[in-house]
Design a protein around this ligand. Structure first.
Ligand code: SF4
Length: 222
């Protein structure tokens, strides 16, 4: 059974549980392999994701952090996962890392944060901000892929190694080696760079990120 099929089945089970059902002897009676594509509407996708319990992160999260911004944006950022502030608020990239990302968007691209789309590889906070594990990413990855399909940006920026590794499937190359290069994600230009949280700990790397953002700006013809 694919992750998407599991998600649909779980959703059906939760719906039936809310109606008072506790046990099914024959799952086939409630589960049909139809309509297995995730919705093409961001609002409908958000409704599905905010009710998701596909991995153990759902047990410790306060809020699902789906993603925010312009769904018709030319520029999309993908980070790793929610931290404490995001988990509390339900919004992506708030707190100090979010402020830094907003400054980059405003100062380099002369855009407002609302002009771009921002989301994470996983939508629920890993405890103690640890890196999400493979099971968690596998359960969640269809959601970010569908968000990218819906936004269909000209340029995708992978913020940090987790986003870079899981978007490209390249688990060997270090972000420090590949940052600033223009890769391909289907027909979309993908530029990996350091995560804003890393920049807060290593301010001297800001100049490298600035160079990477100038590459992105050139790709966007801004
Ligand atoms: S991290 Fe993703 S797969 Fe896991 S519960 Fe949250 S939304 Fe679902």
């Amino acid at each position: 059974m694919t992750n998407l099929e599991k998600l649909k089945l779980l959703k059906l089970l939760y719906q039936h549980k809310s109606m008072g059902f506790e046990y099914f002897s024959d799952l086939k009676s409630i589960y049909h392999k139809r309509d297995l594509a995730l919705p093409g509407s961001m609002d409908e996708l958000k409704t599905i994701v905010t009710a998701c319990h596909m991995c153990s992160l759902s047990k410790t999260r306060k809020n699902v952090v789906f993603g925010d911004g312009n769904i018709n944006a030319d520029l999309m950022f993908v980070g790793e996962g929610p931290g404490a502030n995001e988990d509390e608020s339900g919004h992506v990239f708030v707190g100090r890392a979010g402020e830094l990302l907003s400054k980059i968007i405003e100062n380099v691209f002369n855009l407002r944060r609302d002009d771009v789309y921002i989301a994470n590889i996983v939508k629920c906070r890993p405890p103690l901000n640890r890196v999400p594990n493979m099971d968690e990413v596998s359960a969640c990855k269809d959601f970010i892929l569908q968000q990218i399909r819906i936004v269909n940006p000209k340029v995708l920026v992978a913020l940090g190694s987790t986003a870079f590794h899981h978007l490209t499937g390249d688990y060997e190359t270090k972000i420090s080696r590949v940052r600033g290069e223009v890769l391909k994600f289907g027909g979309i230009d993908l530029v990996p760079t350091f995560h804003p949280s890393f920049l807060l700990r290593n301010p001297s790397s800001k100049k490298e990120v600035f160079q990477d953002m100038l590459t992105v700006k050139r790709l966007l013809a801004l």
